[in-house]
Write a protein that binds this ligand. Structure first.
Ligand code: PBG
Length: 322
């Protein structure tokens, strides 16, 4: 056949046809909505328009309206009342995350709850684990605390714990503790590939979790590396991760694609705070069309191979999918 008889444009002629052959379909069920909970008053986060830290008493009302929009999965982040060296409020039975899990599970029967498991919001130094006297972060004593946090969330009724600390061996340690504690039904969504990224800036304002000295480059991944991501996922899958996550999303679509080609476990992508804030800021200036850009970027993350997307844009579901 002569080449000019082959016309790919024939597949683009009408909307019905384009919808019929579309390879990726984005819907609210693909999205996991982050929720920040606090004992203080409900407050909007300055660098993240329309994202709030919710007082525990305002949380159910918010979730009710998100459910009406079709959002049924949530990941909870806590802002503690006080911080200390160990970050012990993270595993307090009456901590703000534990209370939120309990409350939401009591009020809503059909939602899926994930909880972020980390220490950086809870420690006085803002690092994701136990800091030794010489200023280094100690891997194995941190595992003990991460296990305590995970079991306390499980006890409160969470469906999945999501460790975001990047310590070695934490998935295995948490799996063993959950099983020993009678929580074999609780799953693990591992932040397997978490890069040290400047796109987390607005989150650190939201969660008040910036490190007081140094940075996270001895535990979070170097963004120059690609094959290391595969190794990290392999290790987490071997240790029992049910879902693996790649974070951030937008600048890491190649990593999401590599992971989805290589592994047959569900893959989550976390479109992080900086990605959200950039879109909101450009839209507020009238430089981009917010809804169109948002749909394009979320669809691209799914096209890259993510089965689910953790995104602050879940709060905009009503306008996005109308
Ligand atoms: C906690 C944690 C962070 C994010 C999720 N869990 C911050 C960090 O590692 O510094 C970032 C999320 C975002 O930017 O939206 N370790």
């Amino acid at each position: 056949m002569s080449l000019n008889k082959i016309r790919p444009r024939r597949l683009r002629t009408t909307k019905v046809l384009r919808n019929l052959i579309a390879e990726v379909d984005l819907s609210p069920k693909d999205l996991i909505c982050p929720l920040f909970v606090t004992n203080s008053k409900t407050e909007e986060i300055q660098s993240m328009p329309n994202i709030f830290r919710y007082n525990i008493n305002d949380l159910s009302r918010r979730v009710e309206s998100l459910i009406e929009d079709g959002i049924t999965s949530y990941i909870i982040f806590g802002i503690p009342q006080s911080k200390n060296l160990q970050g012990s409020e993270a595993w307090a039975p009456d901590g703000v995350v534990q209370k939120a899990i309990h409350l939401l599970k009591e009020n809503f029967s059909n939602i899926l709850l994930f909880s972020d498991v980390c220490l950086c919001q809870y420690t006085s130094h803002g690092h994701c684990g136990t800091i030794l006297e010489d200023g280094t972060l100690d891997n194995d004593s941190t595992l003990v605390n991460l296990s305590k946090i995970s079991c306390s969330h499980a006890k409160a009724g969470v469906d999945y714990v999501a460790p975001s600390d990047m310590m070695d061996g934490r998935v295995g340690a948490i799996r063993t503790s959950l099983d020993d504690g009678g929580f074999s039904k609780v799953g693990i969504m591992a932040y397997s590939v978490k890069y040290r990224s400047s796109f987390y800036g607005p989150f650190r304002e939201a969660a008040d979790s910036a490190p007081s000295f140094g940075d996270r480059s001895t535990y979070q991944m170097d963004y120059r590396n690609r094959s290391e991501a595969i190794r990290e996922i392999e290790l987490d899958v071997l240790q029992g991760a049910d879902i693996v996550m790649i974070k951030p999303a937008l600048s890491y679509l190649d990593i999401i694609r590599d992971a989805s080609n290589k592994f047959n476990v569900p893959i989550a992508a976390y479109s992080v705070s900086g990605e959200y804030s950039m879109v909101k800021a450009a839209a507020a200036n009238g430089w981009i069309i917010e809804k169109a850009v948002t749909l394009e970027l979320l669809t691209a993350i799914k096209r890259a191979g993510a089965n689910m997307i953790i995104t602050y844009f879940a709060n905009d579901t009503q306008s996005l999918f109308s």
